[in-house]
Design a protein around this ligand. Structure first.
Ligand SMILES: *Cc1c(COP(=O)(O)O)cnc(C)c1O
Length: 450
């Protein structure tokens, strides 16, 4: 039986698409039953910092569509690069074959990444990059006669993705607890700020204290540890928790001493989000493995990448097939996604974006300042192009109500627990940023404890 499905252009009202979506689509990160009451937001089109529904309601994208968008929606340069590449070579498998976009992207990523990360391995999303880094770290040890190094260390509150391996180094209860029996037990070490989700970074003293505890773990268990994985400078999904770069310097030295690899998960922090191209730069360190995704294509296409040092790469180089890294994904190194990423790197260079963002962020700080005086608002803080604050509240449904309230104010904000944050596309202007701040003030005034 043929089921009539309306043409896309036939959708003129939000309700039509919402009903079809709820019938046919299983949405991510959602208890679907909430949509009995909470309406889905159908998006018809997007441009710059704005999303628009089918009835002309517009929202400033205050979360860069889950942290992926850098230069705005529909950026013509990225769109053109994608169209051009699709017409020339849409895809070819990367085992036994290669192509210009993947070579050029690997060269350019290696050139801008900290340290000596000369070898790029590709996948399609962040969690896959985490899996690759974990497998590489273990296999690297095994290839060097240390197969006993089969456990990982991660920070309290860390988030590295939601596949089974990535979840085993993730410490966000709501994502992890239901699957705990499936997960390998790894080590969890204290977050380097005793203020947890509080004051900006906790300072160097907290960093030294936490590094002391890391040192003790490495001393007692180092022989069984393949790698330490961290989100450099700020934990994203854990609640925009920022910490002092001193921790990364100390962790780097400890990893070296104990032959433990350092994996920097810059899936969220990479591509300028923290004020430098990569967050590791602010600590003056380089990891052994660097995970990238999210902003890598400017939010256009799924692509992720793990950059590795020559030393890690060399341990796999052998006549024995089994010592090679045989991991793969069907779309590894997809040419269209790589071309989108190359266009993104062009935009960074041409616009001197990292520097321009510094000026912009300083202006936005002034616009955001009144937030600090709102009821319940605590720990207003910023790192690069991330602003965050907590709202003390008695409302248990705070995150959901705040999300709805922001939409009514023309802003897409998606609080994590009681943490409200702005992570806008870099192209956002003062007026649109002010819309985000206004929505934040509205939230605090409605639900902040007085
Ligand atoms: C989003 C994120 C991931 C997971 O990426 P997905 O593409 O959602 O699988 C991993 N690590 C960090 C730090 C992230 O922010």
């Amino acid at each position: 039986m043929a089921i009539p499905v309306p043409e896309p252009h036939a959708v003129t009202r939000n309700a039509d698409l919402v009903a079809r979506s709820l019938a046919a689509v299983w949405h991510p990160c959602t208890q679907m039953k909430v949509h009995e009451r909470l309406p889905l937001v159908p998006i018809a089109r997007a441009s710059g910092a704005w999303l628009e529904d089918f009835e002309g309601h517009r929202f400033v994208d205050g979360v860069s569509s889950w942290w992926v968008n850098l230069f705005g929606h529909g950026h013509p340069r990225i769109a053109a690069a994608i169209a051009e590449q699709a017409a020339a070579l849409e895809h070819a498998m990367l085992a036994g074959f290669t192509h210009e976009p993947v070579v050029a992207l690997s060269e350019r990523l290696s050139a801008i990444a900290p340290g000596n990360l000369g070898h790029a391995f590709y996948a399609s999303d962040g969690a896959s990059a985490t899996e690759i880094a974990l497998k590489m770290a273990f296999h690297h040890g095994a290839n060097r006669g240390k197969a006993g190094k089969d456990r990982f260390v991660a920070l309290e509150g860390g988030y590295h993705g939601e596949t089974v391996g990535a979840l085993s180094v993730t410490d966000v209860a709501i994502f992890r607890d239901a699957y705990a029996p499936l997960l390998r037990r790894n080590f969890r070490v204290p977050f380097p700020s005793s203020h947890a989700a509080s004051r900006a970074t906790g300072g160097a003293e907290c960093a030294r204290e936490a590094a002391g505890m890391l040192a003790r773990l490495f001393e007692s268990e180092g022989e069984s540890i393949a790698a330490l994985i961290v989100e450099p400078l700020v934990q994203g999904a854990g609640g925009m928790r920022m910490y002092d770069p001193e921790y990364l310097r100390l962790a780097r030295a400890l990893c070296d001493r104990h032959e433990i690899l350092l994996i920097a998960d810059e899936i969220m922090t990479g591509f300028g989000r923290t004020g430098t191209m990569f967050a590791c730069e602010q600590a003056g360190i380089a990891p052994d493995l660097l995970c990238l995704s999210k902003g890598i294509t400017g939010g256009f296409l799924p692509l992720s990448c793990v950059l590795s040092t020559d030393e890690v790469y060399a341990s796999f180089w052998d006549d024995d097939t089994a010592r090679g890294f045989l991991h793969s994904h069907s779309y590894t190194g997809n040419p269209i996604a790589c071309r989108a990423a190359l266009a993104v790197l062009d935009l960074f260079e041409e616009g001197d974006v990292i520097r321009a963002n510094r000026g912009k962020a300083a202006r936005f700080d002034l616009i955001a300042a009144p937030l600090a005086d709102q009821p319940g608002v605590r720990n207003l803080r910023r790192l690069g192009m991330i602003w965050a604050f907590e709202v003390e509240t008695d409302e248990p449904r705070f995150a959901r109500l705040a999300f709805e309230s922001a939409l009514a104010d023309g802003a897409l904000l998606r609080p994590i627990g009681n943490t409200v944050y702005f992570m806008p596309p870099y192209v956002i202007d003062d007026e649109d940023f002010a819309t985000l701040v206004k929505a934040g003030i509205g939230i605090a005034q409605r639900w902040g404890r007085r």
